[in-house]
Design a protein around this ligand. Sequence first.
Ligand code: DGP
Length: 110
Amino acid sequence: MDNCIFCKIVRGELPADVVYENDNLLAFRDINPLAPTHVVVITKKHFTFLDDLTEAEIQLAGEILLTIKQVAHKLGVAGAYKVVTNCGERAGQMVPHLHFHVLAGKKFAP
Ligand code: DGP
């Protein structure tokens, strides 16, 4: 996706404070943090949002969850973090590239 901000980060065309990377996923600090620890875990392959994933991505879907756990451990927030994905503009999604917010270090409203 030529004009996708997160695809540009994946390609190295935009800078990012990367905290974790593997063949399929990239995690970097959010530019507008809503908590002391706020990273986004994104797929390197472009999907618009969670609704785009199908049975064909079952392995990737599992990898996302385990990678989020790994990133939380690496950042020292294991057992104390929140995961959010906004699916669609009406849910508040601003960047149309599948990503998961990992937030920690703040007392969130229930
Ligand atoms: P969402 O509303 O779920 O689409 O959140 C997108 C998040 O992405 C938002 O918290 C800000 C972050 N973001 C947008 N552009 C950039 C960027 O260029 N670099 C980084 N690090 N984060 C970005």
